[in-house]
Design a binder for this molecule. Sequence first.
Ligand code: 6GU
Length: 255
Amino acid sequence: MRIDVVSLFPEFIDQSAGYGVVGRARERGLLALQGWNPRDYAAGNYRRVDDRPFGGGPGMVMLIEPLRACLDEVRQADPAPAPVIYLTPQGRPLTQARVRELAALPRLVLLCGRYEGVDERFLAHEVDEEISIGDYVLSGGELAAAVLIDAVTRLQDGALNDAESAAQDSFEGEAGLLDCPHYTHPASHAWGEVPEVLRSGNHAAIARWRRQQSLGRTWLRRPDLLDEAALSKADRKLLEAFRAEHAAKGEGQGG
Ligand code: 6GU
C-alpha cells in the first residue's frame, strides 16, 4: 500500500511511522509512506502557507494555492487513483469497519491541517472524505494521520507476525466485542492469581472463558457495542452467567 501525506510537518509523519509494526511493514515493503510539505510549493520569499480568515477571528487558515500545487505533485508521483482524506474533528468518526475498507485500497492521500483549518474551497474541490479520530481537539491532523496509518498498515498481509493477533483484537472479531483479559508469568503474584481455567490445558474451556470475558467486558464498558453485536444463543447464555456472577459479587454495572 502507498500512503502520501500532505503536512507542514512531514518529518513528524515519517518518524511516527518508524517503530514497531508500522516501521517493520515499511522495511518489508508493505507500506510506502511519503510526506509532502505544502511549504515547498508556496510562492515568494516567505513561502507563506496560511493567511488571516475573512470575517475576522482568531487563528490562520491554510491557503488554497500551496495545497493545490502540492497535491498536483503528489498525483503526478503515481497515477494510481487515491481518495484524498482530510483529517479534521469535523469529519466522520473513524471506525474499524472504515479502517478495513481503506486498508484494502492500493493508495491513500492524507491531508493534515494546521491552524484553524483549510480554505473551504480547497476541501470542496479536492477532498473526498473527512475523518475524525474522536470527540476531542488536536492541534493538527498529524497525530490523527499517524493513527490512521497505523490502523490500516497492521491489516496489510504480512504486517503482523502472528496472523491470529489481528483477528482476535477488540472490534475485529465478527461480533465487534472488546478483547478478553490476558495474563503471563508468574501464575502467582502479590497482586493476584492467574484464573485457574487458563492453566487447565482445557482448550474448549479456555475458549469459552475468553468469549465470556469479552462479552462481559463489552457489557460493562461498552454496552453500545453490545447492541450492534450479533450474539449467538451460546453467547447470550455466557453473558447471562457473567451478569449473574457479577451481581452476586455485588458489583453494579460500570464497575
Ligand atoms: Cl482528525 N484532527 C484534529 N485536529 N483534531 C482531531 C481529529 C483530527 N480527530 C479528533 N480530533
